[in-house]
Structures are given as structure tokens and as C-alpha cells.
Design a protein around this ligand. Structure first.
Ligand code: CP
Ligand code: NVA
Length: 300
């Protein structure tokens, strides 16, 4: 049984599948307008060092729907007081903490010193809530994970890292298609290759990388905190834009996925974002169900 939700690499395949089954059940209950409040009276601290639309909304709506209360707190951890002291304060008041930080180490430190569960709501290294939600949305459209190929076209950053951790546990093929210099941390790729049942490929070649893909995924070219690199990255990533020509290289029934926010006209065109293949808003909806599943599992 997990105590925190910091990384998909910490979870077993069964733990991931249990969370997804619970997320599917929570979606069903919500679609049927059935009230379900297993976290009645519980509180969640929502700590943000970075901006957010989806993560903030879905955690706050999620904890409310489960009967609890979310408390938004914007800060830069470690500046006004030490991270351990923040943890030792929060644990006296709340039943769980979700944190979006720059440094992954700060998140890990928070979890180390807080006796209540800590949930990773994105760090510079990982975005596990996103990929759990993505997996729910992908399975809804494709039925099963077995034999699926996900082509991640873009920066080998936090979102890709969590996909690599997912592929280490759940048998899918995962290909990172990116320009030279923007590959994932070699440790992330090594970890995935050491544990994955499917193929883990990193390539600069768009055509072979996207061929046979059931899902084409992309993310912003410059992540939060990398804004000063925007122009440089735009140049390097330009050939990797997900447009109609690139989508035509994937399977005919491939879905298009994006964690959002999307920079339309940069990493993806309007025509792809708004096409019938796009499941980006199903992914956004799934954030709610997947994170409710995480909170119930950790905080009930
Ligand atoms: N995908 C995602 O985490 O969105 P926000 O940054 O808006 O929370
Ligand atoms: N890679 C992006 C993901 C945003 C949800 C970032 O870190 O800004």
C-alpha cells in the first residue's frame, strides 16, 4: 500500500491498475450523478509554486465532491521557512498535501517530513497524475493497453518521464521522437528499458517513430521554468510539430493526446487539436477521476 504518490516508478502494475479501475468507477458514479463522499471532513493542502488550470481545478473540485475541503496555497517552498518546517506545520492541520514544485527533491523532502500523504502535482521531473489520467482516457478509447504504441513527439521532459515509468509497469510500446539534445534523462530511459515488457525507443526520425502509433502525444516545447529558452526550442522543435502530415504517419485510427496547455500553432496545429482524433479534453476530464482515485486510496 502506497503512502505517497510521488512517482509512477514507485507503484506496481497492480497498484496502477487498481487506481485506474477506481477512477473508472468514480467516472461512472459522477456520470450517473451519484453522490459519493468517502473523504467527508478531510482536508487537502494544495501547494503551488507554478501556474495551473487543470490541476488546481480538478483537485479542488475532486476533494469537494468526495466530501472534503481543498485549501489553495501559492508559495515558493523553502524561501520563507524550511521545507521540513512547512511539512511539520501542514501535517498538524490537513489529511493530505498535493504539491506542484519546481524541484523534485523539494517534493520528496516534503513527503519525507510530512506524516500525511503527499501527491506529486507536477515537478520539473515528473507528472504522474497526468499520466494516470491519460491512461484512463486512452483505455476508454482503445479498450485495452495490450499492444498499444504511444509515440511521444516532443520534449523528453517531465510528462514523458512519467510515460516511461508507466511503460515500465504496464506493457505498452513507447517511442520518444525528439530533436537531438532534448532526449529524456538517460536514467529514465534505462529504468523503463530494464522493466518494460514493450519496446522503449528514442529516435530523432519522425517517420519511423510515429509509424504504427495508436496514440500521438505532445507537450509544450518550453515547460514552466524554461521560458527564456522559448526561441531556441522553437527552432529545434519546429520539424516536430504535430500537424496533419505527421498524424497521417500514425495508424489511421490513432488518437491525438496533449497534457495541455497547448500552444496552438507551435507544438500542435489547430487542425489536429480540433480533429475527431483529438482526445485532449477527455484527458483533462480524467484528471478529476484519476486524482479522486489517488486521494481516496491515500486519504480514506
Ligand atoms: N496538464 C496540466 O497539468 O495542466 P495545468 O498546468 O493547467 O494544471
Ligand atoms: N511539461 C509541461 C507540462 C505542463 C502540464 C511543464 O512542465 O510546463
Amino acid at each position: 500500500m502506497m503512502n505517497d504518490f510521488l512517482s509512477l516508478a514507485d507503484l506496481s502494475a497492480d497498484e496502477i491498475l487498481d487506481l485506474l479501475a477506481l477512477a473508472d468507477d468514480l467516472k461512472k458514479k459522477r456520470d450517473q450523478k451519484l453522490a459519493y463522499r468517502p473523504l467527508e471532513g478531510k482536508t487537502l493542502a494544495m501547494v503551488f509554486e507554478k501556474p495551473s488550470l487543470r490541476t488546481r481545478m480538478t483537485f479542488e473540485v475532486g476533494i469537494y465532491e468526495l466530501g472534503g475541503l481543498g485549501i489553495f496555497y501559492q508559495t515558493k517552498l523553502g524561501e520563507r521557512e524550511s521545507v521540513p518546517d512547512v511539512a511539520r506545520n501542514l501535517e498538524r492541520w490537513v489529511d493530505g498535501i498535493m504539491a506542484r514544485t519546481y524541484s523534485h527533491e523539494v517534493l520528496v523532502e516534503l513527503a519525507k517530513y510530512a506524516s500525511v500523504p503527499v501527491i506529486n502535482a507536477l515537478t520539473d521531473q515528473e507528472h504522474p497524475c497526468q499520466i494516470l489520467a491519460d491512461a484512463q482516457a486512452l483505455r476508454k478509447h482503445k479498450g485495452d493497453f495490450a499492444g498499444l504504441k504511444v509515440a511521444f513527439v516532443g520534449d523528453g521532459n517531465n510528462v514523458f518521464a512519467s510515460w516511461a515509468h508507466f511503460a515500465a509497469r504496464i506493457p505498452i510500446d513507447l517511442t520518444l521522437v525528439c530533436p537531438a539534445g532534448y532526449e529524456a534523462d538517460p536514467k529514465v530511459v534505462e529504468f523503463a528499458r530494464a522493466h518494460a515488457k514493450g519496446k522503449i525507443v528514442v529516435t530523432q526520425d519522425i517517420e519511423s517513430g510515429v509509424a504504427g502509433a495508436d496514440a500521438v502525444y505532445t507537450d509544450v516545447w518550453a515547460s514552466m521554468g524554461q521560458e527564456e529558452e522559448t526561441a531556441l526550442r522553437a527552432k529545434a522543435f519546429a520539424p516536430y510539430q504535430v500537424n496533419d502530415r505527421l498524424m497521417a504517419m500514425a495508424k489511421k485510427d490513432a488518437v491525438f493526446m496533449h497534457c495541455l496547455p497547448a500552444h496552438r500553432g507551435s507544438e500542435v496545429t489547430d487542425s489536429v487539436m480540433d480533429s475527431p482524433q483529438s482526445i485532449v479534453f477527455d484527458q483533462a476530464e480524467s484528471r478529476l477521476h484519476a486524482q479522486k482515485a489517488i486521494m481516496i486510496t491515500l486519504m480514506k
